[in-house]
Design a protein around this ligand. Structure first.
Ligand code: DAV
Length: 378
């Protein structure tokens, strides 16, 4: 069936069922984010991005990223997957609400950060950076279209946060001057955001059918996780955290499910023992992800080398892995996957890897219970 004729269906319950329709981001007009409080806590201490905050990325780097993004789309289309693209805005514009003003916006390269698909619902996340407050506008044409074309699609938006100074902890920067400081704060679950309002990025959520695992970290606070819990009453929502990650943002380079019964965990960001129990109790195996092939991320990249494990699963036997990540490819090959290498390192600086750069619209399959044995209080 040609992709134009494919009926629009919004449905995706997990990260591995057979993929039929997806959104892939674009690098156009991407800015280096301004150093507002939440961005400051995430940009690595030694990154050049600090000096260049609030400036445009070079057109040459944008073009290279877009070439790889377009190539990724072609790879998916050749596999019969329908691909849609967002509408980039002029992200160099200053934006404001009645509460604050910021010198520019950011990007629409990583739709995963904002769009959370759970079953027939697509939920726009609150976000927690001021420069990302308007991200949703880039996806509104697509969501509106899905809403028109699929009579069962549920279009939801989480409450937009105020993001006043009360949302961010005063003095956090002073308390996190070194990597050691950061690790100590993260181990104590002391993150940049306060609990005055619900906050989460969609990329903090790992979907496993009836169970949703949400990272408590730099973008999702406990109130945000509680909001998700009340919003999805038919799901079980588990807050997880990863001591060992000095910059905990987004779960998809940290804990990645591969297929029912198998997940991989970043060995430097181990899921705490008590939070592993639900996996073991239900006969899941958690393997350490292979080491990245690179010692450093590409220049002006705010993500870590662990984008190596930020894979896009096409179906329980097939996975897209970044083309230079030979160790990750080898590991997944040994685990029984067909590995599709996708060149993507030029796109990393614009918002992440192959999983970050996408958002599910349709995967075949239903909501299944992969964790029938629950752990009290988790
Ligand atoms: O390891 O820097 C990247 C995830 C971005 N969505 C990391 C996390």
């Amino acid at each position: 069936m040609g992709e134009e004729k494919q009926k629009t269906i919004v449905n995706s319950w997990n990260e591995w069922d057979p993929l039929k329709h997806i959104i892939v981001g674009k690098a156009d007009n991407c800015m280096i984010p301004p150093l507002e409080p939440a961005v400051d806590a995430k940009v690595p201490l030694d990154s050049e991005m600090r000096r260049l905050a609030g400036t445009r990325r070079s057109q040459e780097s944008v073009d290279r990223a877009n070439t790889q993004l377009d190539n990724f789309c072609d790879t998916l289309r050749k596999r019969g997957i329908r691909v849609d693209r967002p509408a980039p805005m002029d992200f160099s514009q200053p934006v404001q609400t009645p509460d604050w003003k910021v010198e520019c916006m950011f990007t629409c390269m990583p739709p995963r950060d904002i769009l959370l698909t759970v079953g027939n619902e697509i939920l726009e996340a609150t976000m927690s950076y001021r420069c990302r407050w308007f991200d949703y506008l880039c996806y509104r044409d697509l969501l509106n279209k899905y809403f028109e074309e699929d009579p069962n699609m549920k279009w939801e938006a989480a409450p937009k946060p105020r993001l006043t100074d009360a949302t961010y902890k005063p003095g956090y920067k002073e308390r996190s001057r070194t990597e050691e400081d950061k690790l100590r704060l993260v181990a104590a679950k002391d993150f940049i955001t306060t609990e005055v309002e619900p906050l989460f990025d969609a990329a903090e959520v790992m979907r496993c059918g009836k169970d949703l695992f949400v990272q408590h970290g730099m973008t999702a606070n406990l109130k945000g996780i509680e909001w998700i819990r009340r919003h999805f009453p038919n799901h079980r929502v588990h807050a997880v955290n990863f001591p060992g990650d000095p910059y905990p943002i987004h779960i998809d380079a940290t804990l990645v499910p591969l297929r029912p019964g198998l997940a991989m965990n970043n060995p430097y960001r181990a899921l705490p023992e008590e939070q592993r129990q639900i996996f073991y109790k239900n006969d899941w195996e958690i393997v350490d992800a292979a080491k990245p092939a690179h010692d450093e991320p590409p220049p002006l990249c705010y993500s870590s080398v662990w984008l190596s494990m930020n894979v896009l699963i096409i179906d329980p036997r097939t996975v897209c892995v970044e083309a230079s990540e030979v160790y990750q490819q080898e590991q997944l090959d040994k685990l029984g996957f067909e590995v599709i290498p996708v060149p993507f390192r030029d796109a990393y600086p614009f918002g992440g890897g192959l999983h970050c750069a996408t958002a599910d619209v349709y995967r075949e399959g239903k909501c299944e219970d992969y964790f029938p044995k629950q752990i009290e209080g988790f």
